[in-house]
Each structure stands twice: as C-alpha cells, then as structure tokens.
Design a protein around this ligand. Sequence first.
Ligand SMILES: C[S@@+](CC[C@H](N)C(=O)[O-])C[C@H]1O[C@@H](n2cnc3c(N)ncnc32)[C@H](O)[C@@H]1O
Length: 205
Amino acid sequence: MRVRQHVNPLKSDLLEIAEVPRIAAAGRVIEVELGSAEAHFLLDRARDDRDTQFVGIEIRRELVVATNGECARLGVDNVHCVFANMSVDMPRLFFAGSVQRFFLNFPDPWFKSRQHKRRVIGPGLVREIARALAVGGELFVQTDIFALALDAMAALEGETSSFANVREPWTFLRESPFVAKSRRERQCELEGARVWRLLYRRVSR
Ligand SMILES: C[S@@+](CC[C@H](N)C(=O)[O-])C[C@H]1O[C@@H](n2cnc3c(N)ncnc32)[C@H](O)[C@@H]1O
C-alpha cells in the first residue's frame, strides 16, 4: 500500500471527514497521540501497560489502516488508530474530561513561515485539548524545531491558561520523562538533533 509522505490538513476533504468516532474506553484510562503516524510511541507505551487504552489520531488514512493491521498482527489490543483531523475533529472525538494524557510528538512538518497557517499547535487546538483532558491530566509536546516549541509554549503559558508547566513557567524539560520513543524521536537521536520538550498539567480554572 502506498503511504503519502505528507497531506495538507486544510484540504477540503480532510476538513469534513465522515464517520469520525467518539472515543470511549469503558472505565479504562485513555492516552492519545495526536499525529501518531505508525504509532511506534504508543506501541512502546503499551508494551508495559496493558490496561490503558492508547489512541492514535492520524490524518493519513492508509497509515491508520496499516497501523491497525500491524497492531492486530502483534496481538496488541489496547492500541487503536483513528482517521481524523486534529485541527477540526477534536469536539467530535472526545468527551470533556475523558483523556488522561495527550502526546504531540513532532507534530508538524510545516515549519516554513509561508506555511505558518498550517501549523497544528495554536490557541484552537490548545483549547480543545484542555476541554478533553481530565483535571490533573497531562499534555506532552516534543519537537526538534525551536520556533514550534516556542509557539507551543506561548500558547500554553499565561495566568489565565488552563495549563501549568510541570517544571517551571517558560521552562523546557531536560529529557523525556517517558521510556517510549516515537520514530522521529529515534531519528533525531541518531542524527544528534536537539529536541525541545514541554510537559503541562491541566489545572482547574
Ligand atoms: C512529523 S510526523 C510525526 C509522527 C510521530 N508522531 C513521530 O513522532 O514519529 C507528524 C504526523 O502528524 C500527522 N498529522 C499532521 N497533521 C495532522 C492533523 N491535522 N490531524 C491528524 N494528524 C496529523 C502526519 O500525517 C504525520 O503522521
């Protein structure tokens, strides 16, 4: 099966994906990777945790089909990927307060300034993540593009924000608190590229 390298999330058919499911896990904790690609990160997390329901949201449909096939082949029943556009489908996907942790691992290949409007992390997505997260839940972001890390931080900091920086305001993590690694994360390690990491907790305001 041919898998496209990139798609444009603002393309009209991707703004109106039919049959986006509501994510529910019957009493299980839910963790979500937005832009999960082959779900390497979630499969890593599921290796030591068979109780949590891991959900990948991915806009390349072929990759969703292939990844769910791979999970079935591996016998992993608590990782599932969903074809949806995180920029518009969050209200359809998640009940308020239903998710314990969101991961945004290297979310954005669109880093040139003329592609600024395609960047996924902004006030709209941050608002939707805050709505879907349980109070006390977490949002982890990592990227090798400093400008994107700063944009994400700017969207998450502030006195009226629904998020508190787990380290200190305006501070990056020194290293990942997670053993799991995404494919892009491993590639950055191989290339010696610097990775910027942020961890925020949902607070009740
Ligand atoms: C640079 S890749 C990173 C993949 C993986 N998280 C990793 O760290 O290896 C970004 C992924 O996000 C997906 N993506 C981009 N925009 C998206 C959107 N609006 N909704 C859902 N997925 C999206 C892309 O198709 C791609 O698989």
